[in-house]
Design a protein. Structure first.
Lengths: 405, 345
């Protein structure tokens, strides 16, 4: 094991390399580029015995991964935002075909307006595609999750998405323990495909299935997601035993006696953790629940942690337009109709990469502390005054005036 | 087979051609080939008189090493793999409509990397074939139109695979809507002939030329009517050290509007009227593969099909003339590219 200072994107590349990926098919997009550049370097220097297909689009990237995985190779790709959206059709395909492809997605806001900064709506818009989704808080977690993702995916035959915030993780350097290759090899044996394009035992993949069979195919995928919950827990524990860092579906912090629990994901968690620490020091009974795995949604874990807590506040760096923040909506669905369910407050913050600072978290805790029940469906934090009046914020207005003049 | 060059002399150019092209098989040999292992079986639900299975069978029976087929969405895909049955005796992969070439890229690379890594049968749970060919089948919709980007990318990247387009000149699987391959003035359900319309008002895309522009080792235009020529082209395509592309005319009795028993005859007429010239481009060098002795007017071909019925009305005579002019122009252009190189079967 060696300690390196790695940017989040390179933590992905190191994770893929340690997992001995065999086929990489990817297309460059900001802020993902360093993931694939580093992998290209690794291939060029022979540090990774893989083939990197430089495809002409993200849609083809996933199609090529599907072809490679169906042939029996361990396949990997990485993308972000618009690229992930272009892949959308193929995401359903990879899952429906039960191929254990692993992909890193760097969370970036969707256009227009054009943005390259962090937001989770790109990956959350893929929530119904049948991919496992892991939201990472640190570069260490990114590397560790990449390795675990292959093991979990290959066990349950579902593809997995490792998700990290644009810039806050992708371009931020952190110290990362890089496990030894031999240790990873012991943890993650080579992929033994149960389904493959075998010239000695030919099968047809992607056949037409009528109403008499389709229903059961979907049921089987749903069952695989149930198995995935167990697999994620077991693999996370085994990883902990071997490497000293255990992982689960959710991560509680001072939840036990808390009167208010913040629910977060990705890097906002680190900021929230610092604020919770500070408030705990002041004697406030506040806690934090990080959701690491969004698909399968950890219904049981969330209920276990939150039932009996008086108030819960979900912070979403994402939005289902016309609905709520997506973690907020899904969390409520997990708690609805349960005894001792908390009052759930939903906060949308940090869209398009706007900083979510300790001050933002304090504001949220102050709002939640001041009322028993939420008085609106969604709270927007730090909205500029002009926008609140229904006007475009900031220079949007100025531009308009210039155009008129 | 006749091999001639511009002077009619057998010189070094001829020798090069002979070396590069596989021997033409006799009909007897081809018949024996059909009796071999059936890589594509009957029992599928393609229409009576459909040209696609004729083409697929000829192609697969020509290849005597392991094959993996990647199939774009379309008639062939939907009619041959109704779960839990399959007409394919080779591994077969369908990954949507627009990306058969991209999926094939992944398959081709995966076989290469698994082999290079020396992954064992014990590790993989199956024996890796010593050599395998990846063959893609896609219709004109999946190739000329929605799959063009993926095809272009895969050709440019130089994967060793053979892409075969079965061109029936419209979206036939969905019931005959116009595609980039539909000839001008053809009636389709989205370019219907009516008081204000005379069918498709645009030109047809020249996909074979688009493939040539990728500088790949082998590109050819073939027809299901010319069996020996098609088989030889498949062999040449498989020999190519890099991507190869075949554009095969594949008439559709439902969409084109003719009796199912006429499929091969109508495909042959397309060649004889020079509407669909047979040619190949080997390492950038053009060769004509059918030089009709007495070329027939294109109207001979058009009049066999209901989709062109409106062109035979006296008041549309000028349109027919215009089409003939186009065919002649394209033919002249092709002759110039071939510079007299003719390789006829």
């Amino acid at each position: 094991m060696a300690k390196k200072v790695l940017m989040g994107n390179h933590a992905v590349s190191y994770g893929a390399r340690l997992s001995r990926v065999e086929v990489i098919a990817a297309y460059p997009i900001t802020p993902q580029t360093q993931v694939v550049e580093e992998l290209a370097e690794m291939c060029a220097w022979g540090d990774l015995n893989a083939k990197f297909i430089k495809v002409e689009s993200e849609h083809s990237a996933m199609a090529a991964c599907i072809g490679a995985s169906a042939t029996g190779a361990r396949a990997f790709t990485a993308t972000s935002s618009q690229g992930l959206l272009l892949m959308h059709e193929m995401l359903h395909w990879a899952a429906g075909a039960r191929l254990p492809i692993v992909m890193a997605n760097i969370n970036r806001a969707l256009a227009p307006p054009w943005s390259i900064w962090s937001e989770q709506t790109d990956s959350l818009a893929q929530r119904d595609t049948g991919w496992l989704q892991f939201y990472c808080e640190s570069n260490q977690e990114v590397l560790d999750t990449t390795i675990q993702a292959f093991k979990i995916s290959e066990r349950v035959l579902l593809p997995a998405m490792i998700i990290l915030d644009a810039f806050f993780l992708s371009h931020t350097y952190e110290p990362v323990e890089v496990p030894a290759q031999e240790a990873v090899d012991e943890f993650l044996p080579p992929y033994k495909p149960p389904l493959k394009l075998d010239v000695d035992d030919p099968h047809a993949f992607g056949a037409l299935v009528g109403p008499d069979g389709y229903y059961e195919f979907r049921y089987n995928i749903q069952k695989a997601f149930e198995e995935a919950q167990r697999a994620i827990i077991e693999v996370g524990e085994e990883f902990g035993e071997r490497f000293g860092r255990a992982y689960g579906l959710v991560e509680p912090f001072y939840v036990d006696d808390a009167e208010v629990v913040l629910v977060t994901s990705s890097t906002i968690t680190s900021t929230a953790r610092a604020v919770i620490k500070e408030r705990r020091a002041r004697g406030e009974r506040v806690g934090l629940l990080k959701i690491r795995v969004f698909r399968p949604f950890p219904f049981e874990a969330v209920r276990e942690m939150l039932l009996g807590v008086p108030k819960v506040a979900v912070i979403d760096r994402n939005l289902s337009l016309g609905h709520h923040g997506i973690f907020h909506a899904e969390l409520k669905s997990a708690l609805y109709g349960q005894r001792n369910a908390p009052a759930v407050f939903g906060f949308v913050a940090g869209l398009g990469g706007r900083d979510v600072t300790p001050r933002t978290i304090h504001q949220i805790l102050d709002i939640v502390g001041s009322q028993e029940e939420p008085d609106r469906d969604v709270y927007w934090i730090g909205l500029k005054a002009k926008a609140e009046e229904g006007q475009p914020a900031g220079n949007g207005r100025k531009q308009r005036q210039r155009v008129k003049a | 087979m006749t091999v001639t060059n511009s002077n009619g002399n057998a010189d070094s150019a001829t020798a090069t051609i002979t070396r590069a092209v596989p021997r033409v098989k006799t009909l007897k040999e081809l018949a024996a080939q059909e009796e071999r292992e059936k890589r594509f079986q009957g029992g599928h639900s393609l229409c009576a008189g459909c040209s696609i299975p004729v083409m697929v069978r000829s192609v697969l029976n020509t290849i005597d090493i392991p094959v993996v087929v990647v199939n774009a969405t379309g008639c062939l895909e939907v009619a041959t793999t109704r779960y839990p049955t399959t007409a394919w005796n080779v591994p077969w992969l369908h990954v949507a409509f627009e990306n058969a070439a991209a999926a094939a890229s992944g398959v081709e690379v995966a076989f290469r990397v698994l082999k290079r890594k020396g992954r064992t049968a014990q590790e993989l749970g199956f024996e890796l074939p010593g050599e395998v060919r990846v063959v893609v089948f896609g219709g004109d919709g999946g190739t000329y139109d929605i799959g063009l980007q993926a095809l272009s990318g895969a050709l440019e990247r130089g994967h060793r695979f053979t892409y075969i387009c079965y061109d029936n000149e419209a979206y036939m699987n969905t019931g005959n809507q116009r595609s980039g391959a539909t000839p001008p003035l053809a009636h389709t359900t989205t370019t219907p002939v009516g008081r204000e319309s005379l069918g498709k008002l645009q030109q047809r895309k020249d996909l074979t030329e688009i493939a040539v522009a990728h500088h790949v080792p082998y590109v050819a235009q073939a027809s299901i009517s010319h069996w020996q020529d098609l088989v030889r082209k498949v062999e040449a395509a498989l020999r190519a050290d890099g991507p190869s592309f075949l554009n095969v005319l594949a008439p559709c009795q439902r969409g084109w509007g003719y009796e199912p028993c006429l499929t091969v005859e109508i495909a042959r007429l397309a060649v004889e009227t020079r509407f669909w010239p047979l040619y190949e481009v080997v390492e950038g060098e053009y060769r004509l593969n059918a030089l009709p002795k007495k070329p027939k007017p294109v109207s001979e071909w058009l009049k066999t099909q209901k989709r062109f019925a409106h062109l035979l009305k006296p008041e549309n005579r000028h349109l027919l003339d215009e089409l003939q002019l186009q065919v002649d122009r394209e033919w002249e252009k092709l002759l110039r590219r071939c510079e007299g190189r003719v390789l006829e079967v």
